[in-house]
Design a protein around this ligand. Structure first.
Ligand SMILES: *Cc1c(COP(=O)(O)O)cnc(C)c1O
Length: 462
């Protein structure tokens, strides 16, 4: 790719000023500000980023899991410009516009069968909140009301966003412990983990084991559980934990049998990430709710969506006085500017045959990961499509982790950055999550940087 003409926009003094304000005024997400070292991106194109000093990096995290076709894609850029010439904001409260309508229809056409209605919001967390609230209200006003269904089930180490409802169903103690008194009751199923499974279980027995845990819970308390929420195939923020094959389909069958709504959170795994448009499609599963975010606009603008079925939708229909309305909305939900770029994002999937081009990238990454998996402190490598997690451990035989305060994963990513690759770890799991538009050569450079980092951080004396 041509390097864009880089006119130095900031002199040294201005850069120092930006860094100071970045450390003291701009409070960054999930960042210990006392230790924050400014990393300031000035521009981007394709899978490349440039910082304010003009240094180039490959975007190995797809701008935190939301970029799809690369940065500054001409079709996406043009879609924003075109919508700017029409209208940028129309409320979704009793009002509409053509762009948002067309996106809703497009999503329904692409989604697993039966998901025929779209509620828009503006982030993954709100897409999850919407599903949680819809499920709750559904059981109160469906034709055979079940007001005793007030509990949720969720998976161990789950991550569904950072609002209070989303962290209630979330299971990452390190993030949530301080907020515990604020959270509602959730029944936790063990994280269906193929690496840290209970000892003595053969791989082939894992699916049945984890499903039997779910069945036990549902038999005991299913009559009180409104919905189960989970990420299909892979729990991303949990540390790229891969589920055993068949787990998703089994959970779908069990939730049906026990009359529990299934919320599939595809905020991270949706839009081609795992090789198919949606992860649920790999196990031919249709959930009752599908939560979408991140990749929906290809990393451009905050749009999210919660899709649901006729059954749920119809329980909300009635006269105004029946109070069946879903009294919930986000000012920017269904925002036309965001919807325009989301439509263009889906159009590029077709135009550039994005899904058809994935298998060769996925198998290339797999080959590279096989080499990385042999390194002495790599405990496990987990891949689903163009998502990979490389878990570092002190002892491969016992799976004993490194002390978390040593921040080995973070150090690997620091070295990768020196090699020109931007990565962000999850604890001691080094994450590879490039835009789907990544080239084989860029994948090689990402994997080279990961290997160099792992070697230096785990094999060389400190
Ligand atoms: C990122 C993420 C969310 C939250 O999305 P935001 O847009 O950051 O609120 C929810 N669920 C999953 C699975 C995610 O990865």
């Amino acid at each position: 790719m041509e390097r864009p003409v880089f006119d130095m926009m900031w002199n040294d003094q201005e850069k120092a000023q930006l860094r100071e304000w970045d450390r003291t005024v701009y409070w960054h997400a999930f960042t210990q500000m006392a230790e924050y070292d400014p990393f300031i991106i000035e521009r981007a194109e394709g899978c490349r980023l440039w910082d304010i000093d003009g240094r180039e990096y490959i975007d190995g995290v797809a701008s935190l899991w939301c970029n799809v076709h690369g940065h500054r894609h001409p079709i996406l850029d043009a879609a924003v410009r075109e919508q700017l010439g029409k209208v940028t904001h129309v409320t979704s409260l009793g009002c509409s516009n053509p762009t948002s309508i067309l996106l809703a229809k497009r999503l329904v056409d692409l989604a697993p069968a039966g998901l025929r209605h779209v509620f828009f919001s503006d982030s993954g967390a709100t897409a999850v909140e919407v599903a949680i609230k819809l499920a709750f209200q559904y059981w109160r006003q469906c034709s055979d009301p079940r007001p005793d269904k007030t509990l949720y089930a969720a998976l161990g180490d789950a991550y569904h966003g950072d609002t209070i409802g989303a962290i209630s169903v979330g299971g990452v103690d390190r993030f949530n412990a301080v907020f515990q008194p604020l959270l509602f009751e959730v029944r936790r199923l063990p994280c269906p983990d193929t690496y840290r499974a209970p000892p003595g279980l053969a791989d082939e027995a894992l699916t049945d084991y984890y499903l039997s845990q779910a069945e036990q819970l549902f038999r005991r308390e299913g009559h009180r559980i409104a919905a189960l929420i989970g990420e299909p195939l892979m729990q991303c923020a949990a540390g790229m934990v891969a589920h055993p094959p068949g787990y998703l389909r089994g959970i779908r069958e069990l939730t049906r049998k026990h009359e529990i709504l299934l919320i599939a959170d595809e905020v991270a795994v949706g839009f081609g990430r795992t090789g198919t448009m949606f992860a649920c499609q790999q196990e031919e599963v249709s959930p009752d709710f599908l939560c979408l975010g991140k990749g929906i606009t290809g990393g451009y603008l905050p749009v999210a969506a919660t899709l649901t079925t006729d059954t749920v939708y119809e329980a909300f229909l009635g006269e105004y006085a029946s109070l069946r309305t879903f009294f919930h909305g986000h000012t920017y939900g269904g925002n036309p500017l965001g919807c325009a770029v989301a439509l263009a994002n889906l159009e590029v999937f077709q135009k550039e045959k994005t899904l058809e081009k994935l298998p060769s990238k996925i198998s290339h990454l797999q080959r590279r990961l096989q080499k990385i998996a042999e390194r002495p402190h790599v405990g496990s490598v987990r891949q689903r499509g163009l998502i990979a997690g490389v878990e570092l451990v002190r002892d491969r035989a016992t799976k004993e982790p490194f002390p978390w305060t040593e921040r080995r994963g973070w150090k690997v990513c620091q070295i990768a950055r020196e090699c020109g690759v931007f990565l962000r770890p999850l604890g001691d799991v080094v994450v590879i999550f490039p835009p789907l538009a990544v080239s084989l050569e860029e994948l090689d450079r990402i994997c080279d940087a990961v290997e160099t980092g792992i070697r230096r951080v785990t094999e060389e004396p400190v």
